[in-house]
Design a protein around this ligand. Structure first.
Ligand code: PEP
Ligand code: MN
Length: 468
């Protein structure tokens, strides 16, 4: 159906939503495939394949995020900027699960709240780019747009629709191993954890971290002694998956009308069937694709999953409310996570007005406020290498915590780009990485990530905020 044949509501949205009602809308970052026949073949294959995640899991995450919106739990979301198919490998998956688990223990200790964990994992394969071409080894080539679209190698820059199906299989294999590792005890809390604090030179910081680690180690030992760790809730933890819902062809193919686990027979308030995007538990709209009348918002308004919206420095406060009214007209608490990412120099000017616009409206206490201190703090250093300073990342997070406290709203979560490997992509932290160190182990194909030590250190600093 074309746009003109659909009745249109006041906010410009057609009341009837279908998995493909985004198609006539203006779209940003849309791939133009050279081979349409191959594209149709891939999409037909995706539509036939089973869901990657189950509506029951999506419903469970929604209930947990409702608790976050109400200030009763904290959301930790993290993983790679661009996940590569090559990261679908035991070691890389395990190190990220362990890091997220460790960080969540520190947060539980600090904030005295349950922690909901979501990985930027098992599907974070599509990247928005500011320019269609980029320089590689002295040559201009089409930009790398993530493994789901093209390859990093200069010979693989043409968009290849077969990669859509490959993405499905890598996503499923990654999630399969996450589930297997978790149910087999990778997250067993009675196993000693390696907290590796040897790099921390500052004695005050070291004393702070040691206090937390000693407390956690004693608590875990005590629980083991009294048998409390046999409780099945402690042997297994939840780790949900997420990615940016950028590639709408892919997201549509995995969106299915399925039984609603929350529906009681005879209920008039819930529907028996709902549309679930089964590519991940949680999806977010990026800062470049959140136009209120655009295709991405149209697609996202129809899916039952909890969703995120990136909120950057160019977001007018009015747009925030329009987005909430379109994406969450029934004002479900926890349905929308606002992921703020202004940069350390701008957050103090911009965040208070955004908080007031939402919290003084009918959406008060319904959103999860989450701080992404990464994307507003990217800088280029000599040779054009992209990096981020740990001090800027920490500063944005610290200011965000303070502003929410002053505004009497609740900062419910953090959104980080990180890896369990010892990469050298962000400057600073207790290891004191400087510009000369960046080349030691810079392996990101997109944005610079916190390494394991930097990620843990940031978590200790957040925990410290809550304990003081
Ligand atoms: C990202 O999360 O990797 C990203 C591109 O973020 P943003 O949309 O906030 O720029
Ligand atoms: Mn990124």
């Amino acid at each position: 159906m074309s746009e003109s044949t659909l009745p249109v509501t006041a906010n410009g949205h057609s009341p009837e939503w279908t998995p493909d009602s985004w198609r006539p809308k203006p779209i940003k970052q849309c791939p133009e495939y050279p081979d349409q026949t191959a594209l149709s073949k891939s999409l037909a294959e995706l539509q036939r394949l089973p869901p990657i995640v189950h509506p029951k899991e999506i419903t469970r995450l929604k209930a947990l995020l409702r608790d976050v919106a109400r200030g009763e739990a904290f959301l930790l979301q993290g993983g790679d900027c661009a996940e590569l198919f090559d990261y679908c490998e035991q070691g890389a998956i395990e190190s990220k699960i362990k890091l997220l688990l460790q960080m969540s223990l520190v947060l539980i200790w600090g904030a005295d709240k349950r922690v909901v964990r979501i990985g930027r994992m098992a599907g974070q394969y599509a990247k928005p780019r500011s320019s269609p071409m980029e320089m590689l080894d002295g040559k201009m080539v089409p930009s790398f747009r993530g493994d789901i679209l093209n390859g990093f190698h200069p010979d693989e820059r043409e968009l290849d629709p077969a990669r859509l199906v490959k993405a499905y299989h890598h996503s499923s294999a990654t999630l399969n191993y996450i589930r297997a590792a978790i149910s087999s005890g990778i997250a067993d809390l009675h196993r000693p954890l390696d907290w590796g604090l040897g790099h921390v030179r500052d004695p005050v910081l070291k004393a702070k971290y040691s206090e937390a680690v000693n407390f956690l180690t004693d608590m875990l030992r005590f629980m083991h002694t009294i048998g409390a760790d046999k409780n099945e809730k402690l042997d297994t933890v939840d780790l949900f998956t997420s990615h940016e819902g950028l590639l709408l062809e892919y997201e549509q193919a995995l969106t299915r009308l399925l039984d609603n686990p929350a529906h009681a027979p005879c209920s008039t308030t819930t529907k028996a069937k709902e549309y679930y995007n089964t590519s991940a538990h949680f999806l977010w709209i990026g800062d470049r694709t959140r136009q209120i009348d655009g295709a991405h918002v149209e697609f996202f308004r129809g899916i039952t999953n909890p969703i995120g919206v990136k909120v950057g420095p160019t977001t007018p406060a009015d747009d925030l409310l329009a987005l909430l009214r379109t994406l969450n007209p029934s004002r479900e608490a926890g349905k929308i996570t606002l992921i703020t990412r202004y940069g350390a120099a701008k957050v103090a000017d911009l965040l208070p007005a955004h908080i007031r616009a939402v919290e003084d409206s009918e959406y008060t206490r319904t959103v999860v406020w989450q701080c992404d201190p990464m994307h507003g703090n990217t800088q280029s250093v000599s040779g054009g290498i992209k990096t981020r300073a740990f001090s800027d990342i920490f500063s944005e997070l610290q200011q965000t915590l303070r502003i929410h406290k002053e505004q009497r709203s609740y900062l419910g979560g953090v959104h980080l780009e990180l890896t369990g490997d010892a990469v050298t992509e962000c400057l600073g932290g207790s290891e004191g990485l400087d510009e000369d160190d960046l080349s030691t182990n810079y392996t990101s194909f997109c944005d610079p990530r916190l390494n394991e030590k930097q990620a843990l250190e940031l978590t200790f600093l957040v925990a410290d905020h809550y304990r003081n």
